[in-house]
Design a protein around this ligand. Structure first.
Ligand code: NAD
Length: 371
């Protein structure tokens, strides 16, 4: 598609404004955060150190106050870089003593997927709120245990679904849900990348699965947040070259279709062998196309309507998706409400992921109970 017009999209109405405000409208003004809440990051790997930690400085309601790693050199290096004293450094053995550190309000779990449940539950037992990376865990049973632990401790739990805080994606959600292109009928969503060998993502015991757990989950998320409703049925097919050493224990490609109650159907791609980051939704009167759709930056969205294609160019957002996500949990804590992208949201995805795997295994459609 060639954009033949570039438009700054202004005046998107209450839906978009509410989306930018991320849903706390009245509640937050009544309960403004009094201080920045302190995050301790658990797992100083690529995503934590390259994407999350550099963005915390841009937050209104969050600051970095603790580091957790099994590698002393990383604690020393990042401690020096971010001014975190050694009294606020922890390893996996003494992690539970984080309970005695009043500077740490929130634990952000950025570990391999199979470790999310353990560290979320230990953090909750230490009285801390939790931000947990996607996928929430490696089974719905683990997700339920994480939600129960936070509920018991009286702490909040949020999943790192950064695209739910990204302005172009918020724009697309508002457009779809307002029905500006007519009722949505079709959603397509493709996410994939070439997975390099020899990493925990390709080891089922650490990842819980292949491309679907890691990148296909973005296709699933987009389908759900564009549809604005929960799927009732899923049908999936997998294709994996088992002679490729990368795929000894996890899947490469698993594509799935979702049926929604309104009749919307979503066709989704999840791949570890090809690069995709795109979605579209089609209504009666036009369609929106996004590519890249859910990347760290450089989002490009176009709306096609009345025979014309316009690029969506948004006003500069008050903060980027990372800072908006990081700020959202403190805002929810102070407002006394469940965050957007709550533990229940992560659990919903995991139940659908399990149904996708079951469908591919059994070669039949699986009905989702929606419980
Ligand atoms: P990574 O391999 O770069 O980092 C993982 C960290 O966990 C490392 O510091 C490693 O030392 C530590 N670790 C502790 N025990 C380990 C073990 N037994 N095996 C392997 N590593 C161990 O991975 P990453 O890309 O930073 O991913 C971490 C989490 O963040 C994953 O859940 C992933 O899905 C998520 N993630 C999210 C996004 C996003 O855009 N939201 C992007 C990338 C990764």
């Amino acid at each position: 598609m060639t954009a033949n017009r570039r438009d700054v999209v202004m005046g998107m109405g209450a839906g978009f404004a509410a989306a930018y405000g991320l849903g706390f409208a009245g509640k937050l003004s009544a309960a403004q955060p009094r201080r920045k809440l302190g995050y301790a990051i658990v797992g100083l790997g690529s995503y934590a150190t390259n994407q999350i930690m550099p963005r915390i400085g841009g937050c209104e309601h969050a600051r970095l106050t603790g580091l957790v790693s099994g590698t002393p050199e990383k604690l020393a290096r990042y401690g020096a870089e971010y001014g975190i004293p050694s009294t606020h450094h922890y390893n996996y053995a003494n992690f539970d003593s984080i309970r005695d550190n009043p500077d740490i309000d929130i634990v952000y779990v950025v570990l391999p997927n199979s470790m999310h449940a353990e560290y979320t539950i230990r953090a909750a037992q230490a009285g801390k709120h939790v931000m947990c990376e996607k996928p929430m865990a490696i089974s719905s049973a683990e997700c339920e245990a994480m939600i129960a632990a936070c509920r018991k401790a009286g702490t909040r739990l949020m999943i790192g679904y950064r695209s739910q805080f990204e302005p172009h994606n918020l724009y697309a959600m508002a457009l779809a849900q307002r029905g500006d292109l007519g009722p949505t009928r079709i959603i397509t969503s493709e996410h994939g990348f070439y997975a390099q060998p020899n990493q925990w993502r390709l080891e089922r015991s650490l990842s819980g699965g292949g491309s679907l757990m890691d990148i296909g989950i973005y296709s699933l998320q987009a389908a759900r947040y564009l549809a604005g409703e929960e799927p009732t049925e899923v049908m999936a097919m997998e294709t994996t070259d088992r002679s490729d050493p990368r795929f000894a224990t996890v899947e490469d490609r698993i594509d799935f279709q979702l049926r929604f109650p309104s009749g919307v159907m979503a066709s989704c791609v999840s791949s570890y062998s090809s690069n995709h980051n795109t979605y579209r939704f089609h209504g009666r009167d036009g369609f929106l196309r996004a590519e890249p759709a859910t990347s760290y930056d450089g989002h490009q969205f176009w709306v096609h309507r009345d025979g014309e294609t316009r690029e969506v160019v948004l006003p500069p957002p008050p903060k980027n998706q990372f800072a908006a996500q990081l700020d959202h949990l403190p805002e929810a804590i102070f407002a006394g409400v469940e965050p957007r992208a709550s533990g229940e949201e992560g659990l919903r995805d995991m139940r659908i992921i399990e149904a996708i795997y079951q469908s591919a295994r059994e070669g039949r459609a699986i009905r989702l109970t929606g419980s």
